[in-house]
Design a binder for this molecule. Structure first.
Ligand SMILES: [Zn+2]
Length: 209
């Protein structure tokens, strides 16, 4: 396994810095969103739910195992923790997961829910995604219906991975985006790219009307 262990405090500080930046862009309204980083083969650090993502400190994070169980007594992981740990379980190389609720992500997810995906093609910025080396690549970002049943949602995500659909992000309708990468820098690049490309799709729709 190519995972190098990182200590909890360093991970929490790196995620808190990222949270400040994402909150400043308005991508984490009203304490929504959650961020995580892999610590080793069997655990990750993740935000505790309900915290202001622009003002995170080390105490706003906790350790969970890759089945989403708390490793820090007295701290309770959010329900969406399962959507993070599922990615670390499936992809040994995954080092970070970012989940945000921006306006663009939320509107695009609703607009494309009936299609089941957003097709992104013809964009230079597709090269920002790992595995998509040229601008003439095409990427489908799946859109799942929103639910409070995280078991059901993680099942739906897993079945697309089982079908080997190439993806680096997915949307949940009326909710937001999940994206992941080998480390926090790559995951941020994926998040910025998906936000920009979804904004392009919304803008194109407006002009085509
Ligand atoms: Zn969410």
């Amino acid at each position: 396994m190519s995972v190098s262990a990182i200590d909890f405090e360093s991970a929490a500080r790196a995620l808190a810095d990222t949270g400040r930046d994402l909150a400043a862009r308005g991508w984490t309204p009203a304490t929504s969103s959650n961020f995580s980083m892999r610590l080793d083969e069997s655990s990750c650090a993740i935000t505790i739910s309900g915290r202001d993502k622009g003002r995170l400190g080390v105490d706003d994070f906790m350790r969970v195992d890759l089945d989403g169980r708390a490793l820090d007594p007295g701290k309770k992981p959010s329900a969406e923790t399962l959507l993070h740990t599922q990615l670390y379980r499936r992809f040994p190389e995954a080092g970070a997961v970012l989940h945000t609720h921006s306006l663009v992500q939320t509107v695009a997810s609703r607009l494309f829910e009936a299609d089941g995906f957003v097709e992104l093609a013809g964009y230079e910025l597709l090269k920002a995604f790992r595995g998509f080396e040229t601008h003439d690549a095409m990427m489908r970002v799946p859109v799942f219906p929103n639910t409070q049943d995280m078991g059901e949602l993680s099942h739906a995500v897993d079945s697309l991975f089982d079908a080997e659909v190439p993806m680096q992000a997915y949307l949940i309708s009326g909710h937001g985006v999940y994206t992941w990468g080998r480390d926090l820098a790559e995951t941020r690049r994926h998040l910025e790219a998906i936000e920009f490309l979804l904004a392009c799709e919304l803008e194109l729709r407006r002009h085509r009307r």
